[in-house]
Ligand binder design. Structure first.
Ligand code: SF4
Ligand code: SF4
Length: 362
């Protein structure tokens, strides 16, 4: 059996940083495996039912806060972040996004989802980093995660200095804002932890005030059942009627609490072409996307995170946004397109189409 080489922990973290940069990561950190305090917060959040129908969050229970139970043998967690703004992003990108949100006939897809599916990009690159590490130290137990339900990503990121937890509950960094993905490598190596950074939300509450659905019920506390990201991506059933008008033209995710955050003027563009926005996701009208049948949806969304929600949820979201456009101004083309889909719509979609058509009179 091959033996593990002797290694200097500090030096190894420095090397990891260099390899990570070469792979497109902007920063890495190291967290220990004791997340004791976070466990209490997680329990309270679940007890209040804020996870909605994301039952998998409950299923993993305390394991989420105990990396060594989730992956036995884990001694450290290497944390990583990767900036995702498309390379062609203009300096005034926030203004352009607000303008899109004020244009009821346009579709708004969350910025992180306009390019290649980040799960694949990050997983492959985290695995490459783990492989490089194994070359250096010899036999290594390593498991990579990104956006994975059993892992308390933001907590691990905050503990290891990748950012602080903003009042909108996302990780935030002074020189990078929050427009980045997180990933982790659980390793059976005892590495020196990197220190947390101080918090800089101060007295700001812009994210709480701007949230269209008041989903941030208190600083650092998100009621996922009200969050547009959850409703348009994770949630399977009907969108609660009271919240539909508040979705506006957001058909996949929501960026408002990040758009308004003052730290995002320092958000960085990605070094990778993977996150370049794919046409027409950065400029489409609702009607253009409504015209996609299932085959076209699957073809166009190939390799994109959007494909994960499936055509049924995609259409449900579009029907709500089209209803909101009709409420803003009568539009014969939208009305006709909605009616044309009624004949072959399933129960869920038909109900949303009827709601959308009713918006003409409100
Ligand atoms: S993503 Fe949108 S809906 Fe969710 S908390 Fe942020 S602003 Fe509110
Ligand atoms: S908008 Fe303000 S309160 Fe919210 S995360 Fe940014 S700095 Fe913190």
């Amino acid at each position: 059996m091959r033996e593990r080489h002797h290694f200097d922990g500090q030096l190894l973290v420095t090397q990891l940083r260099e390899w990570a940069h070469g792979l497109g990561f902007s920063q890495i950190g190291v967290a220990g495996v004791d997340l004791g305090v976070a466990e209490t917060g997680l329990r309270d959040w679940l007890a209040e039912g804020f996870h909605g129908s994301m039952h998998y969050m409950q299923r993993h229970g305390a394991k989420r806060a105990r990396p060594a139970e989730l992956v036995p043998g884990t001694l450290s967690v290497i944390t990583a972040r990767m900036d995702y703004l498309p390379r062609a992003t203009d300096p005034g990108w926030q203004a352009a996004e607000w303008q899109r949100l004020r244009s009821p006939q346009l579709a708004t897809v969350s910025m992180y989802a306009r390019g290649r599916d980040y799960h694949k990009v990050l997983r492959n690159r985290l695995q490459a980093l783990a492989d490089r590490l194994a070359q250096e130290v010899g036999p290594l137990g390593a498991r990579v995660f990104t956006d994975s339900a059993p892992v308390l990503e933001v907590e691990l990121a905050a503990r290891s200095g990748i950012g602080w937890r903003g009042k909108h509950t996302l990780a935030l960094q002074r020189d990078a804002g929050s427009m980045f993905f997180l990933g982790e490598i659980f390793v059976d190596l005892d590495l020196p932890a990197t220190p947390p950074v101080s918090e800089h939300c101060g007295s700001c509450s812009a994210c709480i005030d701007i949230c269209p659905t008041r989903a941030i019920v208190a600083p650092y506390k998100l009621d996922a059942r009200r969050c547009i990201s959850y409703l348009t991506i994770e949630h399977d059933g009907p969108i609660p009627e009271a919240l539909r008008p508040l979705l506006g033209n957001r058909i996949y995710g929501c960026d408002d609490c990040q758009l308004v955050c003052p730290w995002n003027k320092y958000a960085k563009v990605s070094t990778l072409p993977d996150f370049d926005a794919r046409a027409p996701l950065d400029s489409a009208t609702l009607l253009q996307l409504w015209a996609w049948d299932e085959a076209e949806f699957l073809r166009r969304a190939e390799g994109s995170a959007i494909r994960r929600i499936g055509h049924a949820r995609w259409q449900r979201n579009l029907a709500v946004a089209l209803g909101n456009a009709l409420r803003a101004a009568p539009d014969a083309a939208i009305e006709q397109a909605l009616r044309a889909r009624l004949a072959d719509a399933g129960e869920l979609l038909a109900e949303h189409i009827h709601w959308a058509l009713d918006q003409i009179n409100t």
